[in-house]
Design a protein around this ligand. Sequence first.
Ligand code: SF4
Ligand code: SF4
Length: 110
Amino acid sequence: MIEVVSESRCVSCNQCVSVCPTNVFDRGDDGIPVIARQDECQTCFMCELYCPVDALYVAPDSEQIIGITEREAEQQGLLGGYREKVGWGKGRTPVASHDYMYQLSKFAKF
Ligand code: SF4
Ligand code: SF4
């Protein structure tokens, strides 16, 4: 479940608003997205993956809101944590690149 939009990290690109399949966010007046329909979140992690500055935290629990604050998420290194684990972002290596089938597909002729 989406839990945190970091106001200090957000650069107001609205990528998260665009990619969310269930329209969880509203565009904020100050440019920072607002979690307007949290109960509609499907825990798909798309918003966190597409956030270029690791300003979002999606908790793995899809059923309950844990109510973590931005400060707590920052202190625990949770902001953009899923994105980091899958290797998305500048200077990271996507985990898919370690997959044998992915490597083979680069040589396949279709
Ligand atoms: S995790 Fe998925 S459904 Fe939930 S807010 Fe992010 S993009 Fe929307
Ligand atoms: S994707 Fe990240 S930086 Fe862009 S508006 Fe959403 S939270 Fe802010």
